[in-house]
Design a protein around this ligand. Structure first.
Ligand code: PLP
Length: 402
């Protein structure tokens, strides 16, 4: 993934700043830290790229999302619409704030669709946890309209879509709060880390307080602050934040390269019949971390995966069967296997997770193969890859002769 491809001197410099003072914590120790505030700098860099009014760094994308949900007022017993195609953290975050996930269909955008959401809304629906998948963005106009008409709180899991936008506005800023991940597999990495963004001061204050045991961080004596709410420890360390600073500064360059590379691959592949692409409601806002191809049907996609493997082509995901991103592989959720009782087990799930039907999601994810875009590819490498993909698809779609 792009961030990890460009790990170097800049990251080492930021980390060394922290190593020289030994102040590994983001708060206080003002005298000893030699004016290094890496978590704050990380937040500043994220604000620069997204245009967010407020940003708060956390220990992971998952904890940033849980903080976003809680700070937006979503908690025990609240029904929250979620997609069946996402990294499972989105669903876990809803469960762990005590809320009740309700699954709705995605469409060719790979995200929840206005149509899918409409079908899942009941009088009990409180919020939508919208996930921007595979580097792209959801079709926001229709979704915003539904939220407004039904008085729903929107929280965005933009874990895989940092630097993506829709009609000029960064994803993550359309609802009450949004969260980005900077884990090892994202466009930029902090090793482990996440950043919550919001334009709402009250949500930001809650987030900042919630993710550090309720401390307000007013003044420079952390032992003597007020504790307006109960919180927990979702803090990022200065070491991770330092890496995040250097990586986030590289994102504009990564973005440009990703988009350039994706364009080349798409131009090559669109010549092959049988290949179409996932829908981007705003192509100009794509973070271009993934090339998402759609085959005519699930069987064709499975045969293509077989051909790709036979040809030794790596670097792709077939989420339908392989990965931890689709409901078909979430048996632990369907059987509600937990370490200890969650509110959903006491209150009852609003849906039967084992038997519910999401036909459109099954169809779309069945047809989808995603290739990770590398920002360090040469033109020749891309041409070779495109040729191999085309060949695999052509073989997979060849009529069977008896
Ligand atoms: C990566 C990711 C997360 C979780 O992020 P972590 O930093 O690994 O906790 C959440 N949601 C989505 C959609 C992701 O891709």
């Amino acid at each position: 993934m792009p961030g990890t491809e460009l790990f170097g001197e800049e990251e080492r410099k930021e980390v060394n700043d922290v190593m020289q003072t030994g102040i590994l914590m983001r708060y206080t120790h003002d005298q000893q830290r030699n004016n290094h505030w890496k978590a704050r700098d990380f937040e500043t860099e994220v604000k620069k790229i997204t245009g967010a009014k407020y940003a708060h760094a956390a220990s992971s994308g998952s904890t940033a999302l849980a903080t976003a949900l809680a700070s937006a007022g979503i908690g025990a017993g609240d029904e929250v619409i979620v997609p069946p195609f996402t990294f499972i953290a989105s669903v876990e975050a809803v469960l762990f704030v005590g809320a009740l996930p309700v699954f709705a269909d995605i469409d060719e955008t790979l995200c929840l669709s206005a149509d899918g959401i409409k079908k899942a809304i009941t009088s009990k629906t409180k919020a939508i946890c919208l996930v921007h998948m595979c580097g792209g963005m959801a079709d926001m106009d229709g979704i915003i309209d539904i939220c407004t008409k039904n008085n729903l709180i929107l929280v965005e899991d933009a874990g895989q879509a940092f630097a993506a936008s829709y009609k000029g506005k960064s994803v993550g800023l359309f609802g009450k709060a949004g969260a980005y991940s900077f884990d090892f597999f994202k466009i930029a990495t902090a090793g482990e880390g996440g950043v919550l963004v919001t334009d709402d001061e009250r949500v930001y204050k809650h987030a900042e307080t919630y993710s550090d045991h309720g401390h307000t961080h007013i003044g420079n004596n952390r032992g003597m602050e007020q504790h307006p709410i109960i919180g927990f420890n979702y803090r990022i360390s200065e070491l991770n934040a330092a890496v995040g600073v250097a990586q986030t500064r590289k994102v504009p360059a990564i973005l440009e390269k990703n988009r350039f590379n994706k364009k080349i691959l798409m131009a090559e592949l669109s010549k092959t019949s049988g290949i179409s692409f996932s829908k981007l409601p705003d192509p100009a806002g794509d973070s271009a971390t993934f090339l998402n191809i759609l085959l005519p049907d699930t069987e064709a996609a499975k045969r293509t995966v077989g051909e790709l493997n036979a040809a030794g082509v790596g670097g792709f995901n077939y989420w339908f069967t392989n990965m931890y991103h689709f409901i078909n592989q979430w048996d632990h959720l369907k059987e509600m296997r937990t370490a200890s009782k969650l509110p959903v087990q006491v209150l009852g799930a609003p849906q039967n997770y084992a038997t519910m039907q999401l036909p459109k999601s099954q169809e779309v994810v069945g047809r989808l193969i995603s290739f990770g875009i590398r920002c360090t590819w040469t033109e020749q490498e891309m041409k070779t890859l495109a040729a191999k993909i085309s060949e695999a698809v052509t073989k997979a779609l060849k009529p069977v002769t008896i």
